[in-house]
Write a protein that binds this ligand. Structure first.
Ligand code: SF4
Length: 360
């Protein structure tokens, strides 16, 4: 648990930063199960935000939960404070329960859906975060049906990644090579998913499709456009650990061990002001390698303008080197997925000429 002292110092520090001038800020409560901190913790956070937000910065609050602790009281709290609630659920029971098991080794699906139904009964719209394992790739119809029929508003697909404690991925048995079989299954999965989803576009968001279309539109309206991912921006994402330690860039870096990068800790809310962090050596060592990766990506990769050299934490966890260009995640979610969606859009253009830009 983060103590109230750390919570207060963190919030005070955030709102005193000149980085927020002209911007808004999102607090995303996640890692472990954030609702176990209890409603009182979040009420305290809200009162501290009101106290220190003297410049009236626009604040958004989100929480990523397994939904198990959700009660009517939580629903009232989320509705009152306009929380954006994301649920971690890996699709229908037979898929979810394979990997999401509790301490008694029982699948958690029924408990998760109980929490989700509570949210629905309070009319709280919810998005899902679904981890794709090798097995999921055989079930695009079943997955889509599950999310639509249960009334989720959106879904984002994370692939099962190698990161921190997760030392292997069922999608990539050999760290450095994605098998041709995995590639074919991945392509077939997203191709089918796109076809099933298309009639529902505008009513139900699939994050990966929406993200691609947003970037495509920007690229079409300005051919010099290059994506700038939050995870590569100076303090675009900052992760605060429960003891007040601060990690920059990808949230996945928080908790990772690395001698070179000082375990990805660049300071502590009790000792460092946000405005000073970028000048610290601990920050610069990581930043230089993030920049090096971006430069190499720009030279080597034809997807650079729609990617921006993202996925630094995946490069690190797979190769031990942030500046490595490729990773399983970027290969699958950026390169393969872009090819699949571009192919779909070009097909749409030829099947119904003149509707290309509408499809985008
Ligand atoms: S797709 Fe991979 S290699 Fe290409 S720019 Fe993105 S991170 Fe770099």
């Amino acid at each position: 648990m983060m103590s109230f002292d750390v919570l207060e110092e963190m919030i005070k520090n955030i709102f005193s930063s000149s980085f927020l001038d002209g911007h808004n800020v999102e607090f995303l409560w996640h890692a472990g199960e954030p609702l176990l901190a209890g409603i009182k913790f979040y009420e305290k956070a809200i009162s501290l935000i009101e106290k220190y937000n003297v410049k009236n910065i626009e604040v958004h609050q989100s929480v990523q939960t397994n939904a198990i602790p959700i009660t009517d009281q939580w629903c009232d709290f989320f509705a009152k404070h306009n929380f954006n609630v994301g649920i971690s659920v890996d699709g229908p029971k037979f898929l979810h329960d394979k990997n999401r098991r509790n301490w008694s080794n029982k699948g958690s699906f029924d408990q998760v859906m109980r929490g989700f139904c509570k949210l629905r009964s309070h009319d709280i719209g919810t998005g899902a975060l679904c981890v794709l394992t090798r097995e999921h790739l055989d079930y695009p119809e079943e997955l889509f049906k599950f999310f639509i029929e249960n009334g989720f508003e959106s879904v984002g697909f994370n692939i099962e990644e190698i990161d921190n404690a997760n030392l292997t991925s069922s999608l990539n048995l050999d760290k450095n090579i994605i098998s041709s079989e995995t590639l074919i299954r991945f392509r077939t999965f997203f191709s089918k998913l796109y076809d099933i989803w298309l009639p529902y576009s505008g009513k139900f968001d699939i994050r990966e499709f929406q993200d691609f279309f947003n970037v495509s539109n920007l690229k079409i309206s300005d051919s010099s456009y290059v994506r700038e991912p939050d995870e590569t921006k100076n303090l675009g994402i900052v992760t605060i650990h429960k003891n007040g330690d601060i990690s920059p860039f990808s949230p996945e870096f928080a908790g990772a061990e690395s001698e070179k990068y000082n375990n990805f800790i660049i300071g502590n809310v009790f000792e460092d002001k946000f405005d000073d962090l970028m000048f610290k050596n601990e920050y610069q060592v990581i930043y230089r390698d993030i920049e090096k990766k971006k430069e190499s990506c720009q030279k080597e990769c034809q997807y650079f303008s729609i990617c921006g050299g993202d996925y630094a934490s995946n490069s690190y966890f797979e190769s031990g080197d942030i500046s490595q260009t490729h990773s399983t995640a970027c290969k699958l979610l950026r390169q393969e997925l872009s090819d699949i969606l571009l192919e779909k859009l070009i097909k749409t253009k030829y099947e119904s000429d003149g509707k290309y830009s509408m499809a985008i």
